[in-house]
Every structure is written in structure tokens, then in C-alpha cells.
Design a protein around this ligand. Structure first.
Ligand SMILES: NC(=O)c1ccc[n+]([C@@H]2O[C@H](COP(=O)([O-])OP(=O)(O)OC[C@H]3O[C@@H](n4cnc5c(N)ncnc54)[C@H](OP(=O)(O)O)[C@@H]3O)[C@@H](O)[C@H]2O)c1
Length: 280
């Protein structure tokens, strides 16, 4: 029987590439965006659903329940992929933007997993893929809220990886959790970001650093691997039924170099390296 997948952020970038990869592999995919009009209409096996991770809890629960019912009461795979960022100084981040980052990148995805767990545990092979970010380990200057929220989901995922080895009631099966951490990927992610209100202020030295950091990030994204690279990795995790608990995807400098640097460099040197890489 074909796998039934619930995937957030299906309208663009990594999510859209993953829709194409998974439906081509025979999966039925329920994919979300805030606006249904942004979702593909020409992909066999794709089912659109509206979901705003910054909306209220009841709307999120209703959106998931609707998709679950359409899927016949069973999902085999949840992919928490949707995301976006606020770019600017952590000290100046408006409280609603900080809260919004945690709702979108950690609290909403965790709630979706909680809602899905009963159906995922109904049969062996239930799978949750949380698309976090290399920024969960190597935080980005002027992306403090984003990095912290990604780290929160990554750590939650690691805790669940341990909890799912504990005994379950008869007839329930443990769920596999995989933390997929992309490095820079060439999508419209930076264009969709929200920005600090003083970013264009020519007289503010901090704004100058923010603009330099953004320019470095734009350059890095432009030369980064396409979203199909992450989609292929996700398809392998879904279809092969095996993978490590943490998967880093991106160019070798970031994916391999970043992982090694995180593990072996003293923190002072690590932060210096990331900072220089980010143009400040
Ligand atoms: N690109 C990178 O370099 C990179 C690196 C590391 C990690 N990631 C992570 O990979 C994931 C996908 O990023 P991407 O590069 O593919 O970005 P993207 O092209 O900007 O796509 C973002 C997706 O998230 C959805 N989304 C945004 N805000 C949402 C909200 N409040 N509620 C529900 N859905 C929302 C968007 O849908 P609508 O706008 O249509 O609603 C869209 O489908 C994100 O979690 C991102 O943090 C990306």
C-alpha cells in the first residue's frame, strides 16, 4: 500500500521538491500552505490543505484533522518542513516576531506530531521527519530567534528518539524520528524573510552589519545546492526505512565541514568562523 504523508510547506522550495519526489515514488502526499492557491494542481497523488503555523491552535488542529480524515484516518509519515525567518538583531527583535518564530518552527510542528502520533503508532514504520537546520548547531548572527527555535525542535526530536525506545501498550508501534538539517539551499527562503525595520537605515552602524550579513547569506544561497538535494534525502529516509537519527544535507563545506567544526572546534573559534562566514 502506498505511504500516506503529511507535509507542511508544500508550496515552495524544499517542500515543493519533496512533494514531487515522494509522489513520483508512489506516495500520497497531503501538503500544506497558508494559501491553497499556492499549492500545485498538476501533481497526481497530491492533496492540498491549508495550514498557518502562526494561526490559533484550534485552526491547526482542525486543519490536521481534516487531512487525516481525507487520508482515511492514517498517516505513515509526517514531514515538518514549513518555515521562515525574521532577520535582524536579537536585541531589537519585536516580541511578537520572537513568539512567531517559536510557534512556526517549534511549537506548531511539535503539536502536529502530537496529533499524528496515535495514527503513526497504529502500524510498524511510522516516521516523523523534522526539517530543522544546520543553524540549530551553528547559529546565525541576526537569525537568533530562527536559530534558537530550530535548536528547540532539534533537541525535542532527540528527546523523542529516546522516548520511542520505551515500551508501548500492546498493539502500538514505536515511531522513528529523523532530524534533517539542511545547510544553505537555493530556494526563495531569503526573499520570504521578514526584516528588522531599521535594516535600510544608512546612518545606523548595526544596520550596516545586518546588510553585510544578509548580502553574504544571499550569495551563499545563490551558490547552494537546489532543493531537490534535500528532497532526495527525504525520499530515501521515507522509502528505505532506515537512516541515522541526524542527517545533514548541503554542500560539503557546510554539511561535512560544519558538522566537524561543531564537534571539534572550541566555541570561541567556532563562533569566529561562522561570524566571518556571515560577513561580520
Ligand atoms: N533554504 C535554506 O537554505 C534552508 C536551510 C536550512 C533549513 N531550511 C528549512 O527548510 C524548510 C523549508 O525552507 P525553504 O528554503 O524551502 O523555504 P521556502 O521556499 O521559503 O518555503 C517555505 C514554505 O513554508 C511555508 N510557510 C512559511 N511560513 C508559514 C507559516 N507561518 N505557516 C505555514 N506554512 C508556512 C511556505 O508556504 P506559504 O508561504 O505558501 O504559506 C512555504 O511552503 C524551512 O523549515 C527552513 O527553515 C532551509
Amino acid at each position: 500500500m502506498s505511504k500516506r504523508v503529511f507535509l507542511t510547506g508544500a508550496s515552495a522550495g524544499i517542500g515543493l521538491a519533496t512533494v514531487r519526489a515522494l509522489t513520483a515514488a508512489g506516495c500520497q502526499v497531503w501538503g500544506t500552505a497558508r494559501d491553497l492557491n499556492r499549492l500545485p494542481v498538476d501533481v497526481p497523488g497530491f492533496h492540498p490543505a491549508a495550514l498557518d503555523l502562526n494561526g490559533d491552535d484550534r485552526a491547526l488542529e482542525a486543519a490536521f484533522a481534516g487531512a487525516l480524515q481525507e487520508a482515511g484516518g492514517r498517516f505513515d509519515v509526517i514531514v515538518n518542513n514549513a518555515g521562515g525567518a525574521w532577520f535582524g538583531p536579537g536585541a531589537e527583535m519585536p516580541p511578537e516576531e520572537l513568539r512567531g518564530q517559536f510557534e512556526m518552527l517549534a511549537l506548531g510542528p511539535i503539536r502536529l506530531v502530537q496529533l499524528a502520533i496515535p495514527s503513526l503508532r497504529m502500524q510498524p514504520g511510522g516516521l516523523v521527519i523534522n526539517v530543522t537546520s544546520l543553524a540549530a548547531r551553528l547559529p546565525l548572527p541576526f537569525g537568533s530567534g530562527y536559530s534558537a527555535a530550530k535548536a528547540a525542535l532539534s533537541v525535542w526530536t532527540a528527546a523523542m528518539q529516546m522516548e520511542e525506545t520505551a515500551p508501548l501498550p500492546a498493539g502500538q508501534h514505536p515511531v522513528r524520528f529523523v532530524d534533517v538539517q539542511p545547510g544553505d539551499i537555493n530556494t526563495g527562503f531569503n526573499r520570504a524573510m521578514a526584516f528588522w525595520s531599521k535594516t535600510e537605515d544608512a546612518d545606523d552602524p548595526l544596520a550596516e552589519a545586518v546588510r553585510r550579513s544578509l548580502a553574504a547569506s544571499d550569495r551563499s544561497l545563490a551558490g547552494a545546492p537546489p532543493p531537490e538535494r534535500v528532497a532526495k534525502a527525504i525520499r530515501q529516509v521515507v522509502m528505505d526505512g532506515s537512516s541515522g537519527p541526524l542527517l545533514t544535507v548541503g554542500n560539503a563545506w557546510q554539511a561535512l565541514g560544519g558538522s566537524l567544526a561543531y564537534r571539534f572546534l572550541p566555541r570561541r573559534l567556532l563562533l569566529w568562523t561562522v561570524r566571518k562566514n556571515c560577513g561580520i
